[in-house]
Design a protein around this ligand. Structure first.
Ligand SMILES: Nc1ncnc2c1ncn2[C@@H]1O[C@H](COP(=O)(O)OP(=O)(O)O)[C@@H](O)[C@H]1O
Ligand SMILES: [Mg+2]
Length: 220
């Protein structure tokens, strides 16, 4: 349902993503892991159709939910109105707004201006926006950043629920425990290249394998 086929992208001659291929099928949560600067966000933006690849091809359904790493809204707009606007953009039913606010735990934020929210609250609005549709596939770029531990657990359950309802979900995170708890598979990217694609297994295993893949030098 989501498919990266030999995606490559450079910025000013510096290669950010090199020949990346993987797929996410319906009903599956795939974790996208890698150190900072590995190319996760660049790959996800290409998959979402927001960035043109230099080479390769991205396939994603038209009804796609995207949570960007940095969620930009319109700070003066109330959350409810912002979501109403996004629902119109996505040709979603107005009733979707309430459903998505509730699902993202952001119902009590509907009247608050976006610019006055905490990082975690803002992230919940980003989540609500990504749920509008409802989409057939999701690309979530570090969805739990800014969340406290309880919110992170809720978000994890929400993500599992999306896949249980039949969606394909690609989610990046730098928390290996989160990946182990949430993902059916993980794709590991290092310096723009996919270096492993496997089941996450136990956290301790995943950590050991991740450190091997990334290399000690990355730890400074
Ligand atoms: N718009 C951009 N302009 C220039 N360089 C960029 C841009 N976006 C990303 N990069 C570079 O591409 C590489 C991969 O970045 P990114 O995809 O954000 O990695 P990750 O999400 O894994 O941390 C980094 O070296 C980053 O500095
Ligand atoms: Mg990133």
């Amino acid at each position: 349902m989501l498919r990266a086929e030999g995606l490559s992208r450079a910025f000013g001659g510096r290669v950010a993503v090199a020949d990346v291929s993987f797929a996410v099928e319906a009903g599956e949560v795939v974790g996208f892991l890698g150190p900072n600067g590995a190319g996760k966000t660049t790959t996800m933006r290409m998959l979402a159709g927001l960035l043109t690849p230099d080479r390769g091809r991205a396939r994603a359904p038209e009804r796609l939910g995207f949570l960007p790493e940095v969620f930009a809204g319109y700070d003066a707009l109330a959350v409810g109105r912002y979501l109403g606007f996004m629902a119109t953009m996505k040709s979603a039913n107005r009733a979707e707004v309430d459903r998505c606010l509730s699902a993202a735990g952001a119902k009590d934020l509907a009247r608050r201006p976006l610019g006055r929210l905490s990082k975690g609250q803002r992230q919940r609005v980003g989540f609500a926006q990504a749920l509008l549709g409802p989409p057939e596939a999701y690309i979530l770029d570090e969805p739990t950043q800014g969340f406290d531990p309880a919110q992170a657990v809720e978000a994890r359950e929400l993500v599992r629920g999306l896949a249980a309802a039949g969606a394909a979900v690609l989610v990046s995170t730098h928390l290996l425990a989160e990946a182990a708890a949430m993902c059916d598979r993980v794709v590991v990217i290092v310096k723009g290249r996919v270096v492993a694609e496997e089941r996450p297994g136990e956290v301790a295993d995943l950590e050991a394998r991740f450190l091997r893949l990334v290399g000690r030098s990355e730890l400074g």
